[in-house]
Each structure stands twice: as C-alpha cells, then as structure tokens.
Design a protein around this ligand. Sequence first.
Ligand code: NAI
Ligand code: MG
Length: 354
Amino acid sequence: MKTYRIAVIAGDGIGQEVIPAGIEVLKVAASRGAFGCDFTEFSWGSEFYLRTGRMLDDDAFQQVMAFDAIYLGAIGDPRVPDHISARELILPFRQRLRQYVNLRPMRLLPGIASPLAGRTAADIDMVCVRENSEGEYCGMGGRLHVGTPDEIAEQTGVFTRRGIERIARYAFTLARSRPRKLLASATKSNALHHAMVLWDEVVAEVAGEFPDVTFRKYHVDALAARMITHPQTLDVIVASNLFGDILTDIGSAISGSLGVGPSGNINPDRTAPSMFEPIHGSAPDIAGKGIANPIAAIWAGAMMLDHLGERSAHDAILRTIERVIGDERVRTPDLGGRATTAEMTKAVTGLLAA
Ligand code: NAI
Ligand code: MG
C-alpha cells in the first residue's frame, strides 16, 4: 500500500481547529482508497516564535524535504507583527521549496448564497493560477534615511522570462484540461510598461503552444470588475503575485465565505514538497470557540491528495463537501447556520465513509 508522508503545520488560531478536521477527513479518504497518510506535526508558528524568537526551526527546510506534501493551517497572532509571521514562515516556504504556482479554485458551491444577486453555482467556477515566487512580492528593496524627513522606501518587482513562461504554461495546461478551455491573463501593461509588457509578450508566446485554449488578456482593474459583473465568462485566470492576491480575495468574497476557499502552493517540478492550505487566516475573533468552518481546510486536503496522484479520493471529498453544503442542515455560523466545526466535520466524514 502506498503511504504518503505529510508534514502538518496547523499554526495559529483556527488553524489548530480546522487542520485536525481536515486530517479526520483525509484518514477516511485514505481508508476508502488504497493508500495511507502518515502525519507528522510541527509546532512552528506564533507560539513557537513567542517561546524561541523564531517562527521555525533553523533546519526547517531540510526537515520538510523528507515529506511528500505539507498541510498548513494559518499563521498569524495578534501578539506577533504580521510582517514577521508571514515573511518568516509562509513566504520563505513558498520561495525555498520552489512552490512557484499558487492555485486557487473559486467556486460558488451549490446552496451557498453569493453576495452577487441572482448568481448560482453555474455562474462562479474559476481557478486562479497566481505566480508565487517572484514579481511584486519577491522581497527586494530597502529603506534609507529611516525616520528622517528624507526617508525613502523602495519595493522592487522582479519578473523573469523563465518565471513568466513556467506560470503561463501551467495555466494553459490547466485551462486545456477544463471543459470551457478559457484563459484570462491579468496585465497592466499600459501603466507598468517594463514588467507587464514582458509578461504580455511571454504569455502570448506560450499561447501559441495551446491553440485549443481561448486566450484573452485583460487589464487587472477591468478583470476585477468583470469578476463581479460577468463571472460566468471566466474560467482560468493567470496573474502575477500581487494581482493574483487581490483577484483571489474578490473570488473568495463572491463565493460566499472565506471559510470555504482552499489553495495549493505547488512545485510542479516536484523537486520539493508542495504545500496546501485554506486561504483564510487564523481568525483570532473566533479562535477557540469551535465554530470555524472546516470546509476550506478539508478542500485543501483534497487538493493535496489530487497532487499526490489520488484523483478519485479528491473527487469523492469534493462531492461530499457539495452534498453537505447543499443539504443546508449542517452549517457553521459564517454560512448562516449554528453548527460547530466538529458537527460539520462529522457530516463530511459520515457521508464520505458511507
Ligand atoms: P482571517 O481570514 O483570519 O479572518 C477574516 C474574517 O473571516 C474573520 O472575521 C474570521 O472570523 C472569518 N473567517 C476566516 N476563516 C474562517 C473560517 N474558516 N470559518 C469562519 N469564519 C472564518 O483574516 P484576518 O482577520 O485579516 O487575519 C487574522 C490573522 O491571520 C492575521 O494575523 C493575518 O496576518 C493572518 N493571515 C494568515 C494567512 C495565512 O496563514 N495564509 C492568510 C490571511 C491572514
Ligand atoms: Mg490575500
């Protein structure tokens, strides 16, 4: 029997509540399929930082290389500045493990009400392929003359032909595998006329390899508006790090709740483990109350199985999520119900095992 080694970083706040829920579902999925999951937990995160002054062990990157995938909850604590928690844990993982694709499905699940009037599940089914390793979030730049009237901050965006080419190719390949075969590229080459002109040129070159995919570029502001006004016209979206960050928050907002959307930080070359997480944060306002929606974490776990080659286990979890949400009886408060995390998880594991 094939057994996958999964590194678990539940992290902070509701990460500690939704990741155990996801693990329960993964265990049921494994027992239905012919594979095993071996989970190893790491206590990295803000509590670890408050104890040790570091977000991670010094050799954290070597430690996780021994695993097939990483299952991450959320990182963030009111007692630790966000630029420390994110910059020292999540961003280094994405960069060091060459997880250059951030993959985010954005679907309105059947039965959830979208804040967009009159939209149903048939209208909102997109996936964003966000560049995850360079661009605007590469971290280059600095501050000079700090605290003086002459203070300067420079934040440099870095775009490489190689980086754009590989993200575009991943996005076109994904678009080709989906029924509608549409790809929208987010640009802003009218204003960012160095980086985004290169982006447009390279994406157009890659488009030539995929004549069966209908490709169109949009300025990112127009694309943001289109996600609201004509979501049914969008399928796969490819975007730089910053643009993808903003567009995927719109996508999760129109999908009804932050508690639903998953994401994968993927190393398509498989030279290091990929990392799967709910897109939401640690939600300090509800942490410890046992009412966090576990669906985003469960769906992220399903994406992890898909990446590991267990497509049918992924599909079974997704169908189960759709049935539980569509049934409307067991829902956490973010979806207008009164169920707890445990009750919602039990609804999923119960149906999945049946
Ligand atoms: P957040 O996503 O933690 O929460 C935003 C709102 O959505 C809150 O009202 C929260 O209660 C609700 N919410 C989020 N997930 C939910 C769930 N599963 N079920 C029900 N309700 C849910 O974003 P916020 O408040 O901006 O950030 C809190 C902390 O999380 C910060 O320290 C931030 O830096 C961190 N963060 C970490 C992320 C990560 O680990 N990838 C991503 C986003 C934020
Ligand atoms: Mg974001």
